[in-house]
Design a protein around this ligand. Structure first.
Ligand code: HEC
Ligand code: HEC
Length: 332
């Protein structure tokens, strides 16, 4: 009788342990590890969609998708074919918008066609631009497993693809240029660079109005005076006549790497861009009131001032971003 009693006790113990370990697996739910994102301290707070919290598994999956041609439902492209890391995620010779600090944007694409969060623009990219064939993912056991782990889904949807890509995009922040180290007191600028900074941030060059803040963009739309008869630009989306010729102010971070410049890639060099702002402005009735000196063609800088301004723009290059291993092709 004593032995029987002991066996029952053992049974209870075994069942109890089994229950506890099942319970533990349940608590881990899909088995993800939270991704602690530490953005530059001088940046504004980063918006994170509460329905799409960052996890290591989600970020890594987004990175794979970004570098995988399987995503393309119509051709054989991958995102990284036009968005190269070494060029701050644009590509030489194209007007592709660079990818950095997009987690702080509210409008995407040159005319701001997509408004919302990274999840919204990524949904557009997979559903409309790439027309991803979901069956390619749902018949791929590797991706099925990875999506099961990262998002606890059995059937991969556009939303899941977009969420993974959005998580990866949020980790693409750039805020460690020479200029950033200068404002933190860790590095000094040359006389020419300092003078260029002064031109940039004062009425002299007036660049800061649209390319200001730690992000070097106001994230809004302006007609900066490129043409006498500008393209529709933002008007196409907003329907407001005052938006004719207005395009999204691009960030000037890593600008040295993202030539050619402007929405149509009309300028090859920063020197040409500075010449344009100095004396090449064209008047049209929707030109932004922030564009100064239009009747004189622009802010009229001397040759030395132009050189200094370009020298300052070069201080916005962040090579730790363009060489960061966690943003590179995971299949290499
Ligand atoms: C064939 C070249 C090409 C490929 C491939 C490509 N893009 Fe782009 N991308 C562009 C161009 C060009 C623009 C600017 C277009 C515009 O604004 O109308 C752009 C703009 C963007 C923007 C907007 C950035 C901003 O500042 O508003 C995002 C985000 C983006 N692409 C993500 C992606 C993703 C994700 C993929 C893969 C699914 C991808 N792109 C594939 C060329 C490409
Ligand atoms: C009124 C707002 C405004 C002001 C002021 C302004 N910009 Fe811009 N900038 C823009 C807009 C908008 C674009 C994109 C225009 C387009 O492509 O049609 C742009 C584009 C650029 C580009 C090309 C970026 C790229 O990725 O293609 C550079 C470089 C640039 N600006 C530098 C400057 C400098 C330097 C100054 C000061 C001399 C300045 N900007 C003043 C709004 C402004």
């Amino acid at each position: 009788l004593k032995k029987q009693y002991r066996n029952i006790l053992y049974l209870i113990l075994i069942l109890g342990t089994a229950y506890a370990s099942c319970k533990k697996d349940d608590d881990k739910s899909s088995g993800t590890t939270p991704y602690e994102i530490s953005t530059p301290s001088h940046f504004p707070d980063l918006y994170i969609d509460p329905d799409n919290p960052l996890t290591h598994e989600g970020v890594e999956l987004g990175r794979m998708l970004y570098y995988d041609t399987l995503l393309d439902g119509v051709g054989n492209r991958k995102c990284a074919d036009c968005h190269f890391q070494e060029d701050a995620f644009t590509s030489y010779g194209s007007n592709a918008l660079a990818h950095m600090n997009l987690g702080w944007s509210r409008y995407y694409l040159w005319n701001g066609k997509i408004e919302g969060s990274l999840e919204d623009i990524m949904l557009f990219e997979v559903q409309e631009f790439f027309q991803t064939d979901l069956s390619k993912f749902n018949s791929n056991s590797n991706y099925r497993n990875l999506f099961k782990t990262a998002f606890d889904v059995d059937d991969i949807s556009y939303k899941d693809l977009a969420n993974a890509l959005a998580q990866f995009e949020r980790t693409k922040f750039s805020g460690d240029s020479k200029y950033d180290r200068y404002i933190k007191g860790a590095e000094s600028l040359s006389t020419s660079e300092l003078n260029g900074m002064n031109i940039f941030f004062t009425e002299k060059g007036d660049c800061f109005h649209c390319h200001g803040t730690a992000l070097f963009t106001d994230g809004l739309f302006h007609n900066n005076g490129l043409d006498l008869n500008p393209e529709l630009g933002r008007l196409l989306i907003s329907g407001r006549r005052s938006d004719k010729g207005a395009f999204k102010s691009p960030t000037l971070r890593n600008i040295e790497l993202t030539a050619p410049y402007m929405h149509d890639g009309r300028y090859e060099t920063l020197e040409e861009v500075v010449d344009f702002y100095s004396e090449g402005l064209k008047y049209s009735n929707t030109i932004d009131p922030l564009m100064k000196g239009v009747s004189n063609g622009g802010v009229n800088l001397t040759d030395q001032e132009k050189t200094d301004l370009v020298a300052f723009l070069h201080c916005l290059t962040d090579t730790s971003f363009t060489s960061k291993p966690s943003l590179s092709n995971p299949f290499k």
